[in-house]
Design a protein around this ligand. Structure first.
Ligand code: NAD
Length: 474
């Protein structure tokens, strides 16, 4: 078996084991649990690409894990390591992720087995449009069917190509733009989607840090301010997680990338590091920071919060005993293996699980989809009305009391909500309430020893109730 497939298999087995552990703590009958567990549809396909005068075969896959709610939803991964088992694991996680944050979709995931760095923009466009066409041919994409989004190796540009291809074929579908999320603003995207996953991770970490009782158990004080954070991966998820943590008052002491890591105990300036990488092509040799050549060893450095935000299977039973972080905040999907988790639980490390913590992306994708279906920007109808009525209320109070607010106070109070205000507010509310729901589930049953099991229990219960309401399962 190839290394990639072995990794994918391990990842899928881990997800299945997490499911089984949580399922055993629910009261649903085995048939129903089996239906909740398995992947409903898997579509694998290949197509030719002309590259540098030669013909190459590109492999694509789309997995729809659960149709208990439609559309199904999940990103498309562009990576040379893509394999069926990995995509099945990611699609399964998407189902439970959506359920945990009350986003009314089933889970799905897609993959294209290419390393985007080896292709020109034109070739990537061709690949993306052909991938979309294959999904259209099988009715596996559409606002009411299955709605992809960005994942590892893809971003707004690829989503724009998908939307454009779909709209070309389905020119009479008034909801065509809702066939994919994570689009650029000019193509039906929504403000706040690009940073949503990282911002959601920040909100989730802050909520976990706000419970004094839990923090005491792991030897941390409350609040993000002053916490030392190490992040693996400076892509979409890693960059925004690091940036929001820094803006919140944490010291991001280390960033780990493929080529190595950089470290500064006083904290790195994330924006400057991001620009340094953009201009030099690497995070290494960043002024004021120490280069660390053995990138993986940085996962084991002293810190309060470790955010693995690159890929799965990064913290394993080999390095878990040496991990010093008090909190592991799973930005990536599946960065901690099942065997590693056993060790980390014994070490009293709090793991904030992927299926909750990185759900900010799908939450704001849901808002984008709603915006596409309603064909109106959030805030457009009510913003001015809110501003005028609040202004009139202040004026009335000022007239009654004879006292007046200064111009700054008035501006803050009368500000009507824009799209970005509503997206941030919806995202923060989602992350805070989902965390407390999971935390309550964990506290309510002594057999539930960690937040991951609690999150799976939460998801399984919601799916179970949904299937039971069909009347075919007891
Ligand atoms: P990305 O392609 O934007 O960034 C990934 C980064 O990780 C890149 O900078 C890459 O160089 C780096 N990287 C790759 N291998 C590495 C290694 N071995 N060590 C250190 N760095 C390495 O991808 P992304 O969208 O940020 O996704 C990262 C993870 O987050 C994936 O697991 C993905 O499934 C998950 N995720 C993404 C989103 C989203 O909205 N993009 C949402 C939820 C979960």
């Amino acid at each position: 078996m190839s290394n990639d497939l072995e990794n994918g298999q391990k990842f899928y087995n881990d997800v299945m084991a997490y499911f089984d552990k949580a399922a055993a703590l629910t009261d649903f009958e085995p048939g129903l649990l089996h239906q909740i567990k398995i992947c409903n549809s898997i579509y694998k396909f290949s197509f030719p690409l002309e590259k540098d005068g030669k013909l190459e075969v590109v492999e694509g896959i789309r997995v729809q894990h659960s149709h208990h709610k439609t559309p199904t939803k999940g990103g498309i991964r562009y990576s040379e390591f893509v394999n069926e088992e990995e995509v099945k694991a990611l699609a399964t996680l998407m189902t439970f992720k959506c359920a945990v944050v009350d986003v009314p979709f089933g889970g799905a995931k897609g993959g294209i087995k290419v390393n985007p760095q080896n292709y020109t923009v034109k070739q990537l466009e061709k690949i993306t449009r052909r991938y979309t066409t294959e999904l259209i041919k099988k009715s596996m994409i559409g606002a009411g069917i299955d709605v992809p989004a960005p994942d590892y190796g893809s971003g707004p540009r690829e989503m724009a190509w998908i939307a454009d291809t779909y709209a070309t074929f389905k020119y009479d579908d008034i909801n065509a733009l809702g066939c994919v999320t994570g689009k650029p603003l000019g193509q039906g995207g929504i403000q706040g989607r690009t940073e949503a996953t990282g911002q959601g991770i920040f909100f989730g970490i802050c909520e976990a840090l706000s419970h004094a009782e839990d923090m005491k158990e792991i030897g941390l004080t409350t609040g993000i301010s002053g916490k030392r954070v190490i992040v693996q991966g400076l892509g979409n998820v890693g960059y925004y997680s690091a940036k929001f943590c820094q803006e919140g008052g944490a010291f991001v002491t280390g960033i780990i990338e493929r080529e190595g890591g950089v470290y500064n105990e006083k904290g790195l300036d994330i924006e400057a590091l991001f620009n340094h990488r953009k201009s030099s092509g690497s995070i290494l040799n960043f002024p004021g920071a120490k280069n660390i050549t053995d990138a993986m060893s940085m996962l084991e450095m002293e810190c309060d919060i470790l955010i693995p935000a690159a890929l799965e299977n990064q913290i394993t039973k080999e390095n878990a005993p040496r991990i010093k972080a008090k909190i592991i905040a799973e930005g990536a999907n599946g960065p901690v293996t099942k065997n590693a988790e056993v060790i980390l639980n014994q070490k009293n490390v709090m793991i904030i699980p992927d299926l909750y913590l990185n759900a900010g992306g799908v939450t704001v994708s849901y808002f984008e989809w709603l915006k596409n279906l309603s064909h109106v920007r959030f805030g457009r109808m009510e913003k001015r009305f809110q501003e005028t009525s609040t202004f009139e209320m202040i004026k009335a109070v000022e007239d009654m009391t004879g006292r007046s607010l200064d111009a700054r106070q008035k501006k803050v109070i009368t500000h009507g909500a824009d799209e970005i205000d509503l997206v941030r507010s919806g995202l923060e509310e989602t992350m805070i309430s989902a965390f407390n729901e999971i935390r309550e589930i964990k506290k309510s049953d002594k057999r539930i020893e960690d937040l991951r099991t609690a999150a799976f229990v939460s998801g399984i219960r919601k799916l179970g109730v949904s299937y039971q309401s069909l009347g075919i399962f007891p």
